[in-house]
Design a protein around this ligand. Structure first.
Ligand SMILES: NC(=O)c1ccc[n+]([C@@H]2O[C@H](COP(=O)([O-])OP(=O)(O)OC[C@H]3O[C@@H](n4cnc5c(N)ncnc54)[C@H](OP(=O)(O)O)[C@@H]3O)[C@@H](O)[C@H]2O)c1
Length: 242
């Protein structure tokens, strides 16, 4: 994507490699060319491939905003991350570890090895273990919703926060906050995340990389691949769309 002119272009130049969130309010970003507000884009380091970078804007910004802006997670606290092996959860695990939090990750039985490799201190198998065995935590980061979200409220310590990206919570922590939010564009934070991607501090979980012509398959629940699905709209070219 190449910025030309408009609101928010300060700091970007024509032809620069950039990446970022497309606007929620517009359809049609699954295409070779798309119009995006320049302020929603961040420079992409030369050594980061567009395919890998494409996994970061939604998952990375959602994880960051959920953990730190809404959850106020800090060093030494305990965070319970549902769906720890998934797209958002896996980045949340890596960012939580970096800040020095103790991380309990949840998921299905088949997710255990990936979650442990990402750095969870403890994996709780939602198919065979009781969620309540997690004990009290400072922050819950939920990506699943439903019964898991409802039951998680009771695990939040006084003063702690239940954060969810699934849907507004019906059950509130007894003496804590409950937050549902939708990810927002943030160039500065995205640039921070790109640095972490470039130096290896975070690695997105990429499940499949498909050409644009196979995009319909990517939306077929029957062909669901764990992790982020990336649609390649063009072959990599210096400064070209990808
Ligand atoms: N509010 C926002 O701003 C925002 C931002 C990003 C995403 N989202 C939403 O958040 C959700 C998660 O996004 P994502 O990209 O991280 O999805 P994802 O890559 O599919 O990750 C979700 C993870 O949770 C696991 N999971 C789901 N239900 C489970 C259950 N009942 N028990 C155990 N594990 C379960 C999934 O396993 P399986 O793959 O085996 O099902 C997967 O590992 C989606 O609904 C997405 O639309 C919201």
């Amino acid at each position: 994507m190449s910025p030309s002119w408009g609101y928010g272009i300060t700091g970007l130049t024509v032809g620069q490699r950039v990446f970022g969130l497309t606007d929620w309010a517009r359809n049609g970003s699954l295409a070779e060319y798309t119009a995006v507000e320049a302020r929603n884009l961040a420079p992409l380091p030369a050594d980061v491939d567009h395919t890998v970078a494409a996994a970061l804007p939604i998952s990375g910004l959602t994880a960051w905003q959920g953990l730190f802006d809404h959850g106020r997670l800090t060093t030494g606290q305990t965070v319970l991350i549902h769906g720890a092996a998934g797209s958002v959860g896996s980045i949340a695990v890596q960012l939580s570890r970096e800040v020095g939090a103790r991380v309990i990750g949840t998921g299905r039985t088949t997710h255990r090895d990936r979650a442990l490799a990402l750095g969870v201190d403890r994996f709780l198998d939602l198919q065979t273990e009781n969620l309540e065995d997690a004990g009290e935590v400072d922050v819950v980061f939920d990506v699943i919703g439903g019964d898991i979200l409802d039951r998680s409220a009771a695990l939040v310590r006084p003063g702690g926060t239940l954060v969810t990206i699934a849907l507004p919570p019906k059950v509130q922590p007894k003496d804590g906050r409950a937050v549902f939010f939708v990810v927002e564009p943030d160039r500065v934070r995205l640039a921070d995340l790109a640095t972490r991607l470039a130096d290896g501090r975070i690695k997105p979980v990429i499940g499949a990389v498909l050409p644009l012509g196979e995009a319909p398959a990517a939306f077929d629940p029957a062909q669901h691949t764990p992790g982020k699905t990336i649609i390649r709209v063009a072959e990599d070219q210096p400064g070209g769309p990808s």
